[in-house]
Design a protein around this ligand. Sequence first.
Ligand SMILES: [Zn+2]
Length: 470
Amino acid sequence: MAARAGLLWLVLTLGACASVPVTPPWEDLPLRYNVTYTHDPSPRLNVEVVLPPPLAPRLFLFRQPGRASSVVATFGNGSRVELFPRNGQVSVPEGARVLRYHHPLDSSPGGGGRHLFGGMGEGDAWHVAGKAYLLTPGRVTPDLRVELTVSGADALLPWKPDARGVYHLRGEDLIDAGFHAFGGRRCEARVGASVLEVALLGRFTHLSDAELCAWLEQAGREVVTVRKAFPFPRVTVRIVPVPGDDAPGVFGMVQWSSPPSISILVGQDATAASFAKDWVAIHELLHLTHPTLMPRVAWLTEGLATYYTELARARSGRQTSQRAWQELTEGFARGQAAAGSRTMEEVVAEERNFQGIYWTGAFFALHLDVELRRVTHGRARLEDVLELLATRGPTASLEGFGAAVDTVAGQPLFDALLARHLQRPAFSELAPLLENLGVRIDPGGVKLHAAPGSGLREALDGGRTPDDAG
Ligand SMILES: [Zn+2]
């Protein structure tokens, strides 16, 4: 406060001299969010947005339109006006200083139901997506500074607060604000020098908090069979129980906040023993191994995570090599059934053809990995592409991904292989590839046998040798 008043005085003084370039005082003021959790009269987030005058953006929006029925704008003279979001958009009148609204978290009438984004939880433990409850500027400039505080509950947000509990964000952090947790219990999973901070948002019938964190720690260690080190120093994971379900991983999702944030729904009646067969946690954590594809290329990112889910579980010893190929070939068969006679290009254009998108992508990842190893005589592999991309920043385009493949291969490879897959019926290259790798689908299950490419297959599912661990 004192510093701010001092700056204002300085600027006004300098402003008297026309030849001195002047920084307007407001340029240094952040956009500030004060978020308060309360359960009175029902679980909700009361949000206060303090606008930096007078250059405050006029158009604000809920990037996931939803539950705030109105927003009250307060002006400098204390007068107020009630604004009603339309398609999530709020046009803020000139001179407004503060916006206030509340976001209901519960499923009571008007609450909006049990929803991973809008609000899911019980008691005083809630899961919500930042984009559902944060009213954000429609246009975010790189120099926009944001401060956020939380009171009323212990929160787990994708970011780390300072010693006073203030989150210092950049404007772009508001575009995908990730998943947030309010209340609940906490545990930590450590993978090398990295930490997974975990919020447990509800009760489990059989599982202890330590067992849940051990499950995530194992999945984290499996990520390190793909990347040399865990890809982020700190990520946050929220675990939400699903009543009436005993599946270990019911659903999982990554949000591309910075760093990414993960949430996983776990059957309330799941047991620790059932985690051995779970693939959801490792799948979500494997999404941390690749850059965010901009624009989005779901078949590639889901394909990579799906492909490595089977390899990583074999490399760690959680499943046998035979089981990994059984899972892969069964997935390819599901993908093939979903694809019919359509080309890969047609299948991946079908927004909701999940089996088709995930498994054509996983098959392409396998083929790409095999080709990379083949043309480099085993010196390079798909993991090296991920390592290279990690040195080039948190995002990549499809072209950038392809260029990284070609760099690692030492020759053009990506475009031709992709064109071959996109233009032909999906999975048309599957049978010859499996035959070459020595993977035979028998009525009783997959059999692995000696074949020209069986050494390469063992290199895929057998993990890293000490020689190449560095
Ligand atoms: Zn995924």
